[in-house]
Structure formats: structure tokens, C-alpha cells
Write a protein that binds this ligand. Sequence first.
Ligand code: 9D3
Length: 254
Amino acid sequence: MRVEIFTLFPDLFQPYLETSILDKAIKRGLLQVALHDIRAYTTDRHHTTDDAPYGGGGGMVMKPEPVFAAVEGVLGAPPCCPVILMSPQGRPFTQKVAYELAELPRFALLCGRYEGVDERIREHLVSDQISIGDFVLTGGELPALTILDAVSRLIPGVLGDPDGAADDSFASGLLEYPHYTRPEVFRGWPVPAVLLSGNHAEIARWRREQALLRTLRQRPDLLETFPLSQADRKFLDRIRNESEPDSPPPEITG
Ligand code: 9D3
């Protein structure tokens, strides 16, 4: 897979690309990341990339010329692969979208800065817009790294475990059960006894119930679409009946 990144801050990407699991993917030839500095495509003496908005109001707007020159210079006109604008107005990024992008041999991520980009970029250059959530960042660079990270780990061979991505929390639709490792007692806090029992059926049941409990408490929205088994329903009904109506579900304990 090849990812083209268009940004005013290419230096932001290097440390993360060199430090993470992405570095291994790049070295193994599974992933190529090309960074393109939009400022390098300016033609004026001051290398201007932003300007005041027509119609007035505050904030600055990213100029169209350097962005078109960068994207079309690298990808041609029209662009030879999807060009995805990182934008607060984009469709929400989810694990499903990550799987979607993981199928592509090549795509481009365009990072905006300032209060926004000239609308003609949206209208005539990009094929898709993605947001990573309803909070305000200072630019599209962290969203681009987020998407790159989430998509890269889905490329076969990038994770050590060949089917590691398959039982991811959001892939299965429930939050994960609690994990413990040595020591058996840390600061007086013991590992739940069931995990030391060697009874694999009991362990599986406990983990399933903990996953259901956590999801009920932290992300009840996920339970609305998750295909619950009969045993799951029975467990959740029991939990709901044990707690007072309209009170939060009980604490998660061993
Ligand atoms: C007051 C209007 N603001 C929109 C919420 C203007 C604005 C603020 C911050 C426009 C762009 C930005 C910079 N953010 C991004 O470019 C961005 C982003 C984000 O802020 N949150 C979640 N996902 C994304 S993707 C790109």
C-alpha cells in the first residue's frame, strides 16, 4: 500500500513513522508513505499558503493554488487515486472505514490547517472527507496519522499475529475483557482467581461476561447492534434486574 500525505508540516510525521510499528511495515516493504510539503508548491516570494476569507469574518483560509499544484503535481489531473480531505465536516472515521481504506493499493490524505480550506478544494479536488471525531484540533495532521496507523495495522503481515486484527474490540462489537499479567498480587491487588483456575470454560465465560458488563457500562450504544447470544441476554437481564431501575450497572469486579 502506498499513502501520499499532503501537509504544511511534513516534519510532524517523521518521528511517529520512525518509532511505531509503521516503521517495521515500511522496512518490510508492506507500506510506503510519501510526504509532500504543500508550501514547496507555492510560487510567490513569500510562499503564501493562506489568505483572508472573502465575505469577511475571522480566521484564515488555505489557498487553493498550492494545494491543487501539490496534489495534481504528484497524482496527475484528475488524481489517479482517492484524495481524502481531513476535515471536521467529514464522515466519521470508524474501524469499518479503516477496513475500507485497507483494501486500496494507493490513497492520498490531505491535511488542512487554519480555519479551513477554500471550498473549491472540496468541490473539485477531493473524493472523500473524513473526521476522526467531534472535537476540535488545530489541523489535519493528527487525524492523518491516526488513519495511517489504524489502516497500516490491517495490512496482512504488519502485525506479528497473522489474525491479530480479527478479534479487535470494535471488529467484534464488544469492548474487551480485562487483562492481567504477572505478578499474581500487585500492591495487595490480586488477579481474579478464575484466571488462575485452569478451567478454560469458566475463564471463557468470565471473560464474555466481563466484556458484556463493560460494554453495558461504558458503551451501551454498542449493545443495540451487537448480535447477542441467548446466554448473553440471560446474563444481561440478570444484571439489569439486580441493579435498581435507571441506576448505572454495577462496578466491574473480579
Ligand atoms: C469554528 C469552526 N471550526 C470547525 C469546527 C473551524 C476549524 C477548526 C479546526 C476548522 C479546522 C480545524 C482543524 N481540524 C481539522 O483540520 C480536522 C479535524 C478536527 O479538528 N477534529 C476531528 N477530525 C478532524 S479531521 C481534520
